[in-house]
Design a protein around this ligand. Structure first.
Ligand SMILES: [Zn+2]
Ligand SMILES: [Zn+2]
Length: 147
């Protein structure tokens, strides 16, 4: 018999713990319903088991690609997750088709993978990742007010 599971936290400790990116509860990272609005071109929405709902535009998701290459590029350019790449100035305007997936496939039980219309397909978006980057006002506010 072990008592290791029992911990007594002070209020301050408990708050710090809650604010840190600790493991999310299983229901928060388990989708009940995933909608990929491919033909509408709007984006993805997920109803989570805990009753929360998240949605993202395809452009946001493309710019939040979690693959190593995109991560590195964002790190080097200081671009935030989900933020669009800056467009070069000057009179030449290149029209690019807005990002949308040509394919969306589940990866095991834990993630979804998109093949984008620009050919990129190395990003594996885990449910955990997606829940952490939920764009609803509540989650954004919670992240902004953190520390
Ligand atoms: Zn990528
Ligand atoms: Zn949210």
């Amino acid at each position: 018999m072990s008592h290791e599971g029992i911990r007594i936290l002070s209020e301050a400790e408990a708050k710090r713990e809650a604010a840190a990116d600790v493991r999310l509860p299983a229901d928060a990272v388990t989708p009940a319903k995933v909608r990929v609005m491919k033909s509408e071109g709007t984006g993805v929405s997920i109803d989570w088991k805990d009753g929360h709902r998240s949605s993202w535009s395809f452009a946001w998701l493309r710019n939040a690609c979690p693959c190593a290459t995109c991560n590195e590029e964002r790190g080097a350019s200081g671009r935030e997750v989900g933020a669009p790449k800056p467009r070069p100035g000057g009179p030449l305007v290149l029209y690019e088709a807005p990002p949308r997936p040509v394919e969306a496939t589940p990866v095991g039980k834990y993630a979804i993978r998109f093949k984008w219309n620009d050919g990129h397909e190395s990003g594996i978006y885990s449910w955990d990742y997606l829940r952490r980057v939920c764009q609803c006002e509540l989650c954004k506010f919670a992240r902004d007010t953190k520390e």
